[in-house]
Design a protein around this ligand. Sequence first.
Ligand code: NAP
Ligand code: HSE
Length: 431
Amino acid sequence: MDRPVKLGLLGLGTVGAGVCKILQQNREVISHRAGTDFEIAKILVRDLDKPRAVKVDSCLLTTDVTDILGDPEITVVVELMGGLEPAYEYVHAALDAGKHVVTANKALIASHGARLIRLAASKGVDLYYEGSVGGGIPIIKPLRESLVGNRIEEVMGIVNGTTNYILSRMTQEKADFVDVLAEAQALGYAEADPAADIEGHDAAHKLVILASLAFQTPISIHQVYCEGISQITAEDIAFAEHFGYTIKLLAIAKRQPRGIEARVHPTFVPNRHPLAAVHGVFNAIFVRGDAVGDLMFYGRGAGDLPTGSAVIADIVDVLRNRKRGAHHRVETLWQPIPVEAIGDVRTRYYIRLHAVDKPGVLAQVAASFGAEGVSIESMIQQGRGQDQPVPIVFITHEVEERQLRASLARIASLPSIKHIASVIRVEGGLR
Ligand code: NAP
Ligand code: HSE
């Protein structure tokens, strides 16, 4: 009888513990489906004495990575540490040593994916990363395999569970940003440094991975425009509701005539749009292909068991490939495609100003918009200020971002304008 395939885990935090829990629960059926028996041979951690969310034999734990990378019997390395270093060094060394690698590390794949994919190909080993985007949602495999017959036109979605959890609670319960962030951290959704979630960097890493696969082009993190949710206020959420929208942090990649648009930012999503109904830790990703039309992938975007589910699926793929000698069976034929500057992107905008409430102010603002070719779709002014500035809110028609910026520069210089408080992009409906 064949000896079990040995796996080495790098990390036993939220996701590592999720993987171990699933293996303890469903081990027999997973081995059967993989067609091969397998076992966890070693687990790298920083602190041997830390309490763990899952019971594992203490002799499996090590703080010395060479117990995994230097063991020729460990043929599959599962990287669940996070961060760029030493994760990159360890994954590179594992591939270089001819080991297969499964990772859920989006920062790593977004920053070094192309190089690691080339290394895996040259060594004839697998590099899988389903858990890196959308938690438990299968999205990498559909883009890499199931949709190869399509020219993908658009990938757009909610890809960060922490920020969706925060925005949902702020919208539905008027909860406080800081309290809800602490809850998301306690639930294991947030990154080690939650600023990665809040400032949109985690979503931008995921967009790099999605867009590179969808458009078969090497996109760099520096080409993705990125804005987080830290500036979103209860006032903006209330105005969004007033206009029939919900604020979501969207990751958007679209094929345009001049190249690809790649951006992450808070967005007004119309309430009739299915993304507006994606709440809490759930993620949803739309994909539009020329043959298949619109697809939506929906599920839990973070957490131990959902992400563990995606990691286990990758491990089983590696084991199945291993059994059939079919490693590295997915071709990546990346061709360079330009990425548009944010100034060239066309979209609609919500703008909240604080202005002195006196005759002629609206006419001046309208003239400033008009001078740069910005056309107004809706507008409201709330309250009546005595000596206090009042909020005036506009939603524009679609316009190039550089025109919008030029009009805002004119408006900011008007003496009656105290402050441009918010500028948030507005997404349209489904075609
Ligand atoms: P985590 O809870 O912080 O766990 C990280 C684990 O790696 C810990 O066990 C830690 O050891 C170990 N580790 C970190 N640096 C190490 C080092 N230098 N040497 C040895 N061990 C080290 O992280 P996580 O939430 O499980 O996330 C892991 C990865 O999955 C990240 O790339 C993350 O972006 C990704 N991911 C997370 C989720 C989620 O819901 N959390 C979902 C999808 C993808 P100690 O325990 O001893 O400190
Ligand atoms: N911090 C990430 C999130 C984990 O909140 O979506 C899942 O990738």
